[in-house]
Design a protein around this ligand. Structure first.
Ligand code: PLP
Length: 398
């Protein structure tokens, strides 16, 4: 029998140094268990368990029927740009111009464009821990150096002081993400302002990833960096997304808001990679912002209910400690006190859950926080209840 010759592919240095996404890997692990007929509890999902609201789907159908199936400008159609500008004007009193806004293929592309259009080899990028897995990988791709900031001493809430201490002459950019994936923690608005004062004083740049902007639970309040005064926004790029807010993860649509020069550079990157995001998704996203918002409120009410139940239930498990996340749809408990027998790391804890209990969570080490696990409550109450029972068994060493 002929054996296939093995090919050793000369992966470029930039890409060879990148790690594959562990959150997407957890998603695939859950998928393959499910397709093998296993009763898996998937608490790994980084996406809403809701369907996209009907008015948004209808707008997409109407766009297809009307022949809106062609290339659009790289920055997106005027209607979508205007809808984004209108939203930030209405909600945060920010006046952005059309040459400062562009539609992207998800918030991820917004962050990618912003980093690669700014970072030169060797530039330092400040990334608070725990971080969304994609941030350091994009920095690696751009040949920058990720400098991580420890925030555990403050229960994962970043402060301006922590930033001040981490700045060196090579620091160029800081990536902020509030509410945070994975911790769900929120940077208080006054602290955010202080951080942006430092960015401005030290001639740095900032990206504010506002993917979970609308998922904030009282008494915390929705806050966008767009509400800061214009001088503090000059060096800021906001990366936003329709994925979580409107349950549109598969539609691949997000946006960035940044000064005209930064936006021009990002358009060059996007114009030579993906071009515009889907014309049909753009029509859907325009409706998402301009149409009724009651579906967002309904989803938020359901997340609120689950969150309250979950936090109570997790904190009753001996050995688990879960600070109150103010936003997103994740709990991020500390599992270190459960380490015993074969459990030495949060990776062991996550593997035990998968192997013994067919339950998927994400190991905190993937986000730079060994000792923690990320539990997504973007799943039904029934599955959450079952998942918590299974977590309890592993935590108790059963
Ligand atoms: C912090 C954060 N930013 C951005 C994204 C990207 O979302 P999308 O590209 O689907 O808009 C995610 C998705 O998980 C995220 O958690």
């Amino acid at each position: 029998m002929m054996t296939k010759p093995t090919v050793s592919f000369p992966v470029s240095e930039n890409v060879a140094e990148m790690k594959a996404s562990s959150t997407l890997a957890a998603m695939m692990a859950a998928d393959s268990l499910r397709s093998a007929g296993v009763d898996v509890v998937d608490l790994g999902a980084g996406e809403p368990d809701f369907d996209t609201p009907q008015n948004i789907k209808d707008a997409a159908t109407a766009a297809m029927r009307a022949g809106k199936t062609k290339y659009t400008p790289t920055a997106g159609v005027r209607e979508l740009q205007q809808a984004i500008i209108g939203f930030y004007q209405r909600e945060f009193g920010a006046a952005y111009e059309r040459n400062e806004v562009m539609a992207t293929a998800g918030g991820k592309q917004g962050v990618f464009n912003a980093v690669v259009s700014l970072i030169n080899p060797g530039d330092e990028v400040l990334i608070p821990k725990p971080y969304w897995v994609t941030f350091p990988e994009i920095v690696t791709f751009a040949r920058g150096k990720s400098v991580f900031i420890e925030t555990e001493s403050n229960d994962f809430v970043l402060t301006a002081d922590m930033i001040r201490k981490a700045i060196t002459p090579k620091t160029r950019l800081i990536i902020l993400n509030s509410p945070s994936n994975p911790s769900g923690r929120v940077i208080p608005p006054a602290e955010f302002k202080d951080i942006m004062e430092i960015v401005s004083e030290r001639d740095l740049y900032a990206i504010s990833d506002e993917c979970y902007l609308r998922f904030v639970y009282p008494p915390a309040q929705i806050f966008s960096a767009a509400s800061l005064r214009p001088e503090l926004r000059r060096r800021l790029c906001i990366a936003g997304s329709f994925s979580k807010t409107f349950a549109m993860t598969g539609w691949r649509v997000g946006y960035s808001l940044a000064n005209a020069e930064w936006t021009r550079a990002m358009l060059t990157v996007q114009g030579h990679s993906t071009s515009n995001t889907s014309s049909i998704s753009q029509a859907a996203a325009t409706e998402a912002l301009n149409g009724p918002q009651d579906s967002v409120a309904t989803m938020l009410a359901e997340y609120t209910r689950r969150r309250e139940w979950l936090l109570g239930a997790l904190n009753e498990i001996p050995g688990l400690r879960c600070p109150q996340p103010e936003g997103a749809f994740y709990a991020f408990p500390d599992v270190r006190e459960c380490f015993q027998g074969k459990l030495h790391t949060s990776g062991d804890f996550a593997s035990a859950l998968l192997e013994q209990e067919q339950t998927v969570v994400t190991d905190g080490a993937a986000f730079g926080a060994e000792g923690f696990i990320r539990i997504s409550y973007a799943t039904s109450m029934d599955r959450l209840r079952e998942g918590v029972n299974r977590i309890r068994r592993v935590a108790e060493g059963k």
